[in-house]
Design a protein around this ligand. Structure first.
Ligand code: ZN
Ligand code: ZN
Length: 135
């Protein structure tokens, strides 16, 4: 019987995950970028078999050659950013109750009530054990 010796190891590899146009924070202008991923690969007989982990990612501007974290791709132009801040402010405003207020004496004003919700009539029982039984 022959002894089979597996020669295995790991190898770092950099591959291009994508490219396109982004707003370079250094150039302050739309630029071409290359999104690169450094990964550690499991190798067998010096042949990379599968990626084991991502070691790092970078986005490099083709104009100024600066590298950035991939999150830089999510930054929009200045007016986009302003719109996002506007959205965040809007999200901080307490939600306005929708529709008519519920009148405990009038089930017609209750709208859709969840079966596990407390019954709007004020009995303290769950809707499914109170008014919800009849619907
Ligand atoms: Zn740049
Ligand atoms: Zn009820």
């Amino acid at each position: 019987m022959r002894t089979v010796i597996f020669i295995w190891g790991t190898k770092g590899r950099v591959r291009t995950a994508g490219s396109g146009t982004f707003n370079c924070p250094n150039c302050r202008a739309p630029r071409q970028y290359e999104h690169k991923k450094a990964q550690r690969w499991f190798t067998l007989y010096f042949i990379p078999v599968f990626p084991m982990e991502t070691l790092g990612e970078s986005v490099t501007c083709s104009a100024c050659k600066r590298s950035f974290v991939p999150a830089v791709l999510e930054y929009g132009p200045a007016h986009h950013r302003a719109a996002q801040i506007g959205d965040m402010r809007a999200a901080n405003v307490p939600p306005v109750p929708k529709g008519r207020p519920r009148d405990p004496a009038n089930p017609a004003t209750w709208g859709k009530v969840s079966r596990n919700e407390e019954c709007p009539c004020g009995s303290g029982a769950r809707y499914k054990h109170c008014h919800g039984r009849y619907s």
